[in-house]
Design a binder for this molecule. Structure first.
Ligand SMILES: Cc1cc2nc3c(=O)[nH]c(=O)nc-3n(C[C@H](O)[C@H](O)[C@H](O)COP(=O)(O)O)c2cc1C
Length: 520
């Protein structure tokens, strides 16, 4: 034995390198048939696979310019990171955007901004910005809800996000007086740290699932009774990244705890079907919404990505003629994010937000029912100027998913579907989650929301208004060509927004249905 060790020890390091390379080359040529490149170019072929694997990071850190990347470019990400950390989020020397570019938007400022008086709610709290409409007031629900913040956390389930991420988001919305949408995975203990919650479910009915995999009204009623912080219910019809696809939760992410909350098997990929079992046409959907609202007393809405309009026309007609229907509608853009989706769906199915929303709003206006619905928008709207555009078009609130993730540390690694999220946010790996400091991250989410609202209020004041609900379609222009051809939004999209019944910020503050700070 000692002779063998002595012999091995006498081999110099460079000979070891040659031996290892020779072994790899023999393996590449004779013992593997999966990779043509490494068979044809033994050893060096591996370099290509390695470079390909680190390509995204190299491009992100070294090659891409500040405005180049998608879904979120470096300037957008940096603005969220700095806002969340309460650091200097300004830029110096002027914009680096080509503001003459096609589709660039401009907000028309007033000659003199809105004058904030000494006793105005925004003098005391620069980020006080509640929704101007009350969910469920038109349909006279028993427990109407006025979201205390116009920016909120969009649907992302426990399962697609880690427990620590969900808990950070929930504690964060509590500080920022916003609401937290549960996403499709049911209500978990991590959603229950005091923030207002919108309970969301899709075709898997997770959290309100009957034995046969359908919807259980009994479970719905019990859930709402046991958890008074649930302020509204959202029925998912579709989402922008994968409309009509149903949900996919990779088996690698299904731990025992997630399986228990959802009522599914550990480690086995869960596909929520494309269709709901609880309804199969538009009248049945409206009946379903009414039944849940009646049984729980809560406002009930739907979330959808927009494409064809015929079924929307049908729901609008029912709402008009029968005086019932959803209390809120969340319109998700085709640019929306997801935990996992096929690229062909994410890239091509459903309209981008700006087109989808304008189609829906116009249709509801045609039936004169736009004022009874709270419109929520989602699809990269978590930036104050983009939000101003969305409010001018008719939204009353916005939901943010990936922007919220970034505020708690997401680095846009785009591996949510692999369970290997390096920031511990979109993974169930205990090791990766351990890096998340919940108290710190919850303050970051809250700080992002507060900074967002403060800047949004400042843009609103610059346009001469007290609340963003007062933005109109003529307050925003879009570059089509030179200034003579740049078009105000009402000309571009062919409608004028209906004015929202807004009196003053003080009235919103005094509203008994106000979420967040409001204690029932
Ligand atoms: C990790 C992740 C999980 C998501 N899970 C859901 C979900 O369960 N249900 C749903 O309707 N949308 C889901 N979405 C979509 C978001 O709620 C949101 O509609 C979309 O990402 C657009 O918002 P954003 O541009 O601010 O990210 C998810 C998005 C992400 C990134």
């Amino acid at each position: 034995m000692s002779i063998v060790l002595e012999f091995l020890g006498s081999i110099s390091w460079w000979l070891w390198v040659i031996i290892v390379l020779a072994i790899i080359a023999i393996r590449d040529i004779f013992f593997q048939s999966k990779h043509t490149i490494s068979h044809n170019f033994p050893v060096v072929g591996h370099l290509r696979y390695w470079l390909e694997s680190i390509g995204p990071e190299m491009r992100q850190y070294f090659v891409a310019n500040n405005r180049e990347e998608l879904p979120f470019n470096r300037i957008e990400r940096s603005w969220i990171y700095a806002s969340a950390k309460n650091e200097n989020n300004y830029e110096g020397f002027g914009t680096d955007r080509d503001i003459y570019a096609h589709q660039h938007i401009f907000i028309n400022n007033a000659m003199m901004p809105y004058n904030v008086k000494e006793d105005h709610p925004n003098k005391l709290d620069k980020s006080f910005l509640p929704c101007a409409k009350v969910m469920g007031s038109y349909n006279k629900r028993k427990r109407p809800f006025r979201p205390a913040s116009i920016i909120n956390v969009s649907a992302m389930s426990f399962g697609s996000l880690s427990a620590k991420a969900i808990e950070s988001l929930n504690k964060g919305v509590k500080i920022a007086d916003a609401y937290h949408n549960t996403g499709e995975g049911g209500l978990s203990p991590y959603h229950s740290h005091g923030g207002d919650v919108i309970f969301h479910f899709g075709t898997g009915y997770f959290g309100v699932r009957a034995e046969d995999g359908g919807f259980s009204m009994e479970k719905m009623i019990k859930l709402v009774e046991d958890n008074p912080f649930i302020r509204a219910i959202e029925v998912k019809l579709s989402q922008g990244a994968k409309p009509g696809k149903g949900g996919v939760l990779p088996g690698a992410k299904i731990t025992k705890e997630i399986a228990d909350i959802r009522g599914v098997e550990v480690g086995k990929t869960v596909l929520s079907p494309p269709n709901h079992k609880a309804f199969s046409n538009v009248p049945e959907l409206v009946d379903f919404i009414d039944a849940i609202a009646e049984a729980t007393g809560l406002p009930v809405g739907v979330k959808a990505a927009i494409g064809k309009l015929d079924q929307w026309e049908e729901i609008a007609q029912i709402m008009k003629t029968e005086n019932r229907g959803p209390d809120f509608i969340t319109v998700d853009g085709g640019e929306g994010g997801t935990g996992a989706a096929p690229p062909s769906f994410a890239d091509h199915v459903s309209l981008p937000w700006i087109y989808g929303f304008s189609d829906i709003y116009k249709l509801f206006q045609k039936h004169k029912i736009e004022d009874r619905v709270v419109f929520i928008g989602s699809g990269k709207l978590g930036f104050p100027a983009k939000a101003a555009m969305a409010f001018a078009m008719g939204v009353d609130c916005i939901n943010v998913a990936r922007e919220a993730m970034m505020s708690i540390g997401c680095i846009q690694a785009q591996v949510c579907h692999t369970n290997r999220c390096p920031s511990g946010i979109a993974t169930q790996s205990k090791w990766l989650q351990n890096g998340i400091n919940i108290p710190l991250k919850s303050v970051r989410l809250a700080q992002y929301f507060k900074t967002f609202k403060k800047e949004f209020i400042e843009i609103t004041h610059a346009a001469g208004y007290e609340h963003p609900c007062q933005f109109t379609m003529t307050d925003v222009d879009m570059n089509v060509d030179d200034h003579n051809l740049s078009k105000e939004f009402n000309n571009t999209f062919g409608y004028d927004k209906t004015s929202v019944d807004f009196n003053s910020m003080q009235d919103l503050k005094d509203c008994v249905y106000l979420g967040g700070k409001y204690k029932a």
